[in-house]
Design a protein around this ligand. Structure first.
Ligand code: S3P
Length: 441
């Protein structure tokens, strides 16, 4: 088990990173594994589940709604599902902690069950917009009372049977898509989601894997996903691949620290998630894929990353959905590139665990990096491979990815930097600091 994370942490400049490490289970797939297993009748096994705070919040909520979930001594999780339609009224408010995915997906599940649930969360989550799921779920019949601005705390009163809808996503969001599909599981008829821009497709892959009738059609209106309810899900044995969004920090760290040569094993490379690796290669990063294989229905490989001189790029807008969680660490890579990197078309960064455009502009600025803020992104003036100044105290703003990105930046700064609070790292990558230490030795 990883050690509990400290609050503030000083990061000192690092020598070459070397060695081989694995990354923990994919967060998106871990949430969905618990939820879908809970809706299958019988016992599912989940190997490689991410044991981060966000996923544990999902597990606690599913337990509170009647599912039996246990972690075996071997680290395999066993879930005894209640079946689609079988969720029970939770006895108290569901505490979602920092987790937007838990909140939005579970709001979908509750919406088509005859139960009422109250959702609460931490200061970061309580600022995030829930209107994007409230709107379609209300159309399906759920009665949702939110705090001002469509925020947490909020209460969802489900309707059973709910009404199937056809809904075109106004924002590229896999969470919104998944909330509607999960609500559709217990809704008679066909629930249809149209996504003009493709987002991560784990829900579609896994729903099919659990036996739901789901089709995907690629048209000039976008991807049309049709799910037939009321579905019957069959228990599964799942292996969760490693999280590319967690691997991203190690890949950028090895790319910017001179002399590094690192193998990051077990990285999920679903094309709807792998945009960062494509952009890093455009920048001249030295990343090779070894031992490509399929794990749990997803493409996986080990990534060998060696330090390389990076060049600035204009980040292609169309890659934004496939690297939306990786912009903070991409900005760090850009801070070490030759020239000015421009990353726009990523307005969604404003409504993540923090406003990641502001958070990274401030954090890199405090370390001596020049940035220019746009409504939908950031431009970063790179150092051409020289160490950045560092020497600052950085606010992580209850955002795990800001904390980890700035830990990475600190490895290649001239002077040690301090991060005010690294405890949010436990939401998605509890042993991140230990893994990094292993590579520094
Ligand atoms: C996620 C979708 C993305 C991503 C988040 C996980 C998911 O959010 O940022 O970390 O598991 O569906 P959006 O749907 O808001 O883009």
């Amino acid at each position: 088990m990883p050690h509990p994370l400290p609050r503030s942490l000083e990061i000192s400049p690092s020598g070459p990173l070397t060695g081989s490490v694995t990354v923990p289970g994919d967060k998106s797939i871990s949430h969905r594994s618990l939820m879908l297993s809970a809706l299958a009748v019988g016992e599912s096994r989940i190997e490689g589940l991410l044991e981060g705070e966000d996923v544990l919040a999902t597990a606690a909520a599913m337990r509170a709604m009647g599912t039996d979930i246990e972690r075996g001594a071997d680290g395999v999780w066993l879930v005894n599902g209640v079946g689609v339609g079988g969720l029970l009224q939770p006895g108290e408010a569901l505490d979602m902690g920092n987790s937007g995915t838990s909140t939005r997906l579970l709001m979908g599940l509750v919406s088509s069950h005859p139960i009422t649930a109250t959702f609460i969360g931490d200061a970061s989550l309580s600022k995030r917009p829930m209107g994007r799921v409230i709107e379609p779920l209300s159309r399906m019949g759920a009665d949702i009372t939110a705090s001002p601005g469509g925020r947490l705390p909020l209460m969802v009163r489900g309707l059973c049977p709910a009404v199937p809808i056809e809904y075109t996503l106004p924002v590229a969001s896999a969470q919104v898509k998944s909330a509607i599909l999960l609500a559709g599981l217990n809704t008679p008829g066909i629930t249809r989601v149209i996504e003009p821009v493709a987002t991560r497709d784990h829900s579609e892959r896994m729903l099919r894997g659990f036996g739901a009738e789901l089709s995907v059609e690629v048209t000039n209106r976008g991807r049309i996903i049709s799910l037939t309810g009321e579905a019957e899900l069959k228990p599964q044995s799942i292996v969760v691949p490693g999280d590319p969004s967690s691997a991203a920090f190690l890949v950028v760290a090895a790319s910017i620290v001179p002399g590094s040569d690192v193998l990051v094993a077990n990285v999920g490379l679903n094309p709807t998630r792998a945009g960062l690796f494509e952009v890093l290669r455009m920048m001249g990063a030295d990343i090779t894929e070894e031992n490509p294989r399929i794990v749990g229905g997803e493409p996986v490989a080990d990534l060998r990353v060696r330090h390389a001189a990076l060049r600035a790029v204009d980040v292609p807008h169309h890659l934004a959905p496939s690297m939306i969680d990786e912009y903070p660490v991409l900005f760090v890579a850009a801070a070490f590139a030759e020239g000015r990197t421009v990353a726009r078309g990523a307005h969604e960064l404003r409504v993540k665990e923090s406003d990641r455009i502001v958070a990274m502009a401030e954090a890199l600025g405090a370390c001596g990096v020049q940035t220019e803020e746009f409504e939908d992104g950031l431009a970063i003036q790179g150092s051409g491979g020289e160490p950045i100044a560092g020497g600052a105290t950085i606010a992580s703003k209850l955002d795990h990815r800001i904390a980890m990105s700035m830990v990475v930046a600190g490895l290649a700064a001239k002077t040690a930097l301090v991060i005010d609070d690294v405890s949010p790292i436990a939401t998605s990558y509890p042993n991140f600091l230990e893994t990094l230490d292993a590579l520094r030795r």
